[in-house]
Design a protein around this ligand. Structure first.
Ligand code: ADP
Ligand code: MG
Length: 459
């Protein structure tokens, strides 16, 4: 086959792939790909770099093969090869043309208006949500619900660390439901707003009206329900609202920074309601996915940055997508002002104080603060020489982290806790380490705590 045939064939494949994957994923993974040969049933597809190669082989191999075979029965296998020369990298290094810069500034100032009725921000869609192993399940569940609200899983409970896409996914689900079911009344509510609404309406003796208004809604999206911790009145009212929604087969979608069983001071009956539908977590994206997200964001905002810079950001900001966006913003502003792309050295300077040191470190004070906040204890409680169950476990976790993250010696760890010595520290470390191997809940809790330890936003 000649190169024109290959080109046409690949165009037909891409046309179909486009329907099967989201726009963000399409733009990220299928750009700069082409068929370089089609011989003896084997198709060679060139891809720009090894990430693309790995990702395409893992995720899209069978999709591409299926489509190719439907177009040409002789094709039996495909292989991805990294283009030895990467002309698009060279191209990217040129200064952006004037026109692009104008587009860029226009794009940046597109204002997204929050819808008064639904409280949804149209900026958050499935189209611009990148999917990878870290959020696959949550994405699939949210997508399924948007097709069939109320009947698939109720509630849907999504949890994960700060800046990793919970609000985006919740709002994307709401936006899609509004599109598919214009008659359904969707409402997005941050938990803090709900809590203050309850407090306010109790004070004004308007709680019945408050609840009546809520019952008019068909789809209730409640963001960050970890803030319900310890708020008894809120929990009680929410319990009744939850039940009325559930019985009427109205969809409830919840998010939290941790799973229901790790929310402190949450009534048992609410906990079991939260656990009664589908629970999906969002983890931390791996390096390849972080690069993919950065690429998608550049694409969306029409920024040109070369691969080195993207990899630099992905290497140095690991646990928070919002922070990665902050880094891109800074570079975009430079590009706008100077009418040229920052080179690697300039980018590194611009990002210096976002990136801090490549290996962010933590400290005893931070571990103490974050562990006690996580378990809703005071820092003083955690240091007390008590055997109370609700304190013993968090204290052992703090000791475990001092050893694991700061490499402190056992005697030093013992001294930090009143009346404890090295044997207690060893016991604590070994107990938690062993339990981690068999207890998924504990693993989740410690993962979330570590995310906070190394996350700028929450420290
Ligand atoms: P959270 O609610 O978990 O703290 P957000 O949903 O506010 O996090 O996400 C933080 C930022 O990162 C947002 O600007 C969001 O658009 C972006 N973001 C998060 N996850 C993704 C993703 N998978 N693809 C693209 N952008 C994402
Ligand atoms: Mg959020």
């Amino acid at each position: 086959m000649n190169s024109k045939d290959n080109k046409d064939l690949w165009q037909s494949v891409l046309a179909q792939v486009q329907f099967a994957v989201s726009r963000a994923n399409f733009a990220t993974w299928f750009r700069n790909t082409e068929i370089i040969s089609n011989q003896n049933g084997k198709v060679l597809i060139s891809v720009p770099n090894s990430f693309s190669k790995e990702w395409l082989s893992n995720k899209y191999h069978s999709l591409i093969l299926k489509i190719l075979r439907s177009l040409d029965k002789n094709i039996r296998m495909i292989e991805f090869v990294v283009k030895s020369e990467a002309p698009q990298l060279i191209k990217r290094k040129r200064a952006p043309q004037k026109k692009e810069i104008i587009n860029n500034s226009q794009l940046q100032f597109v204002e997204f208006k929050i819808d008064q009725k639904t409280n949804l921000n149209p900026r958050y869609t499935f189209e611009n949500f990148v999917v990878g192993g870290f959020n696959e399940l949550a994405h699939a569940a949210a997508w399924a619900i948007s097709e069939n609200p109320g009947t698939t899983y109720n509630p849907l409970f999504i949890y994960g660390g700060v800046g990793l896409g919970k609000t985006h996914l919740l709002q994307a689900t709401g936006n899609r439901i509004v599109n598919l079911f214009p008659n359904k009344r969707v409402k997005y509510t941050p938990s803090e707003t709900f809590i203050s609404g309850i407090v306010e309406s109790i004070r004004n003796h308007k709680i019945e009206e408050f609840k009546k208004e809520l019952r008019k809604i068909d789809i209730l999206i409640m963001d960050d329900v970890q803030f319900f911790a310890g708020k008894e009145k809120t929990q009680e009212e929410f319990f009744h609202i939850f039940n009325s929604f559930y019985q009427a087969q109205k969809q409830i979608i919840l998010s939290s920074d941790r799973p229901p069983n790790a929310i402190p001071a949450l009534e048992e009956r609410l906990k079991s309601r939260f656990e009664g539908g589908m629970i999906a977590d969002i983890g931390v994206p791996d390096f390849e996915t972080r690069v993919a997200i950065l690429k998608a964001k550049c694409e969306e905002r029409n920024i040109n940055l070369n691969q080195d810079i993207l990899e630099y950001i992905a290497t140095n900001i690991q646990r928070n997508i919002r922070e990665m966006e902050g880094a891109l913003n800074r570079l975009a502003i430079y590009q706008k002002i100077n009418q040229k792309e920052p080179d690697f050295e300039v980018a590194k300077k611009l990002l210096r104080n976002l990136v801090l040191s490549p290996k962010k470190s933590t400290s005893f004070k931070q571990i103490l603060r974050i562990v006690s906040a996580f378990y809703d204890l005071s820092e003083k409680d955690l240091l007390l020489p008590t055997r109370r169950k609700e304190i013993v476990k968090p204290r052992q976790i703090a000791m475990y982290l001092l050893r694991e993250e700061l490499k402190e010696s056992y005697p030093a760890i013992g001294r930090r806790f009143q009346g404890k010595d090295h044997t207690t520290a060893i016991y604590a470390y070994e107990k938690i380490a062993k339990q981690l191997e068999e207890d998924d809940n504990l693993l989740t809790e410690i993962t979330l705590i570590k995310q906070r330890l190394y996350n700028n936003n929450s420290s």
